[in-house]
Structure formats: structure tokens, C-alpha cells
Design a protein around this ligand. Structure first.
Ligand code: A2P
Length: 277
């Protein structure tokens, strides 16, 4: 069987791509692109009718720019109920995918493999009082999905999105998202007073400074929010960031008495790396 399907040519840079469409891929039409900094942007694309995922999961994304394109894992930043898909991406100089992906325009085509997967889902955690979402950089993406899903608020009384970045400008995506969510006619009422956004910056002056891990270790995070230090009875945790951040935050969860869960064995915390780096 041929590796390639017969289909209309995907669009790249406003022109039909000369490359055949790889088998097993959805073609997504770019609807909107927003750049935040030299290193961060988000984009929205059409959602295929038959593409199903759970809020917090990821899929493999590529561009129709080669016979065998490069694919990278991207968390869906939009919730499972949305009729478009949103992604939040880093721009890596000379990155095999993001060097090209950062140039997409409305009308272009993005490729996506058909299967979604991941551990940062509501199913991987036992119910609890507070859900902590610890993220650095583009690690906020799966949480951008989960904070827009009513199911998250069915399961947890309070949702605390903690986002740590190097610079203030890198917080913008999360800030805009939470502001829009509070104004949203459908979900605004549900999140009101129950979604807390805690931001921190490490490499320039800001109201709150320091690594998330230091803020947990010293207890400043809990003191600032007026909640007890986290523990296995009331708190559930999802973590998404760089490999080092995951390891250090996971160790802190373990030292606070939490146990790690999976989709098939839900427990008190789950971990996933922010993939493209
Ligand atoms: P720092 O500026 O002190 O390195 P990066 O872009 O390198 O992934 O970093 C994003 C944010 O995550 C930065 O604020 C960075 O802080 C922070 N960070 C990096 N490594 C860790 C870690 N091991 N634990 C917690 N935060 C981290």
C-alpha cells in the first residue's frame, strides 16, 4: 500500500504544497495567528469533525513542507468542546519544526496525526479540593485547555494555575486567557472565584519573583494564597514544563506525601513535559 493518500494539495505560504499528503494525517486550516514575543506565539486551526481528545492531551503536529515532514508533540490548548483547535508554541532558532511553523499565516495548512494522548487529564487524578497546575513557559498549554473545561470545575472546588516564566512578556498568553475566561458568557460564572492565576517571573523585576519550586519549598506560594501547604488529602497536582522543572516539582510533590497517577490508576499528581524545546 502506498504511504501517501490522494488529496487536495495542502497550502503552505499561501501556495499549494508540492509534497504529497502523508497517510494518517488530518489537514488543519490555519484561522488565526498571534505573536507575543520573539520566542512565543499561538495559532488556531479548524478542527476535523472526527478528531476527539480529552482536555489536556497532546497530538503530533507537522507542516506539509517535505516528503516526510518533521512532527512534534503539541498539547491542545483549547478545550475538548471547542470547534477549533488552539496551540501555544515556542519559536526555536533553527528548530526543525518551529523555524517554519512560526511563519504560518491564515489559510495555510498544518498537519496533525490522528491520535491524541497524554496524562494531564482529569481522569488521571482522584477528586480533590484544590487542583494545582504548575507550569513554566509553554507548559501552560495543556492547562489553557483544562481551565476552559467545565469538567475540571465539577471535579475540583478551586483550580490554581501557577505559571512561571523568565520575563513578564512571556506571561501574556496566560493573562489574556484568564481575563477572557472571566468575561466568557458560558463559563465565566463557573470559574468566577474558583480559578486563581498565580504568575511569577525569574529574570526581571515583577510583583512575584522566583522559581515555582522555590515558592513551594519556602511555603511562600501557599502563604500568598492563604491556603495550607499542599498534602495528599485535599490537593491534586498537574505539572508541565522542562525536564528539570518536572523532576524538581515531582520531588516536591513526593516530599509533600502525594503519589503519582496515570490514566488507568488515578492518584494525586501527574506529570508531562512541555515537548518542543
Ligand atoms: P530560571 O530563570 O531561574 O531558569 P525555561 O525557559 O528555561 O524552561 O524556563 C522557564 C521558567 O522556568 C524560568 O522562569 C526558569 O527559571 C524556570 N525554571 C527552569 N528550571 C526550573 C526548575 N528546575 N524548577 C523550577 N523552575 C525552573
Amino acid at each position: 500500500m502506498s504511504d501517501f493518500l490522494e488529496a487536495d494539495a495542502p497550502i503552505l505560504g499561501g501556495k499549494p504544497s508540492p509534497f504529497p499528503l502523508p497517510a494518517g494525517c488530518h489537514t488543519l486550516a490555519v484561522r488565526e495567528v498571534e505573536h507575543y514575543t520573539d520566542t512565543l506565539f499561538r495559532f488556531r486551526v479548524s478542527r476535523p469533525m472526527d478528531f476527539r481528545f480529552r482536555s489536556g492531551e497532546f497530538a503530533m503536529i507537522g507542516l506539509p513542507n517535505a516528503e516526510r515532514p518533521v512532527f512534534r508533540a503539541y498539547s491542545m490548548a483549547s478545550p475538548a468542546w471547542d470547534d477549533e483547535l488552539e496551540f501555544f508554541s515556542i519559536k526555536v532558532p533553527d528548530g526543525p519544526l518551529t523555524e517554519h511553523l512560526q511563519k504560518i499565516q491564515p489559510g495555510d495548512t498544518v498537519l496533525m496525526r490522528k491520535k491524541a494522548t497524554g496524562t494531564l487529564t482529569n481522569d488521571s487524578l482522584l477528586p480533590g479540593k484544590r487542583l494545582w497546575m504548575f507550569s513554566t513557559g509553554t507548559g501552560i498549554a495543556p492547562f489553557a485547555s483544562l481551565i476552559r473545561d467545565p469538567e475540571t470545575y465539577d471535579k475540583f472546588e478551586t483550580v490554581i494555575l501557577v505559571h512561571g516564566c523568565r520575563t513578564v512578556a512571556e506571561l501574556k498568553y496566560g493573562e489574556n486567557l484568564v481575563a477572557a475566561l472571566n468575561e466568557d458568557p458560558l463559563i465565566g460564572e463557573l470559574v468566577h472565584g474558583r480559578l486563581i492565576h498565580y504568575t511569577t517571573v525569574t529574570r526581571e523585576p515583577f510583583a512575584r519573583q522566583g522559581r515555582i519550586t522555590d515558592l513551594i519549598e519556602t511555603g511562600k506560594l501557599f502563604d500568598d494564597l492563604g491556603v495550607p501547604r499542599m498534602g495528599p488529602e485535599e490537593d491534586r497536582v498537574m505539572i508541565c514544563g522542562s525536564m528539570d522543572m518536572l523532576k524538581d516539582t515531582k520531588d516536591l510533590c513526593l516530599s509533600h506525601g502525594l503519589t503519582e497517577g496515570t490514566n488507568s490508576r488515578p492518584a494525586q499528581f501527574v506529570v508531562e513535559r512541555a515537548f518542543v524545546d
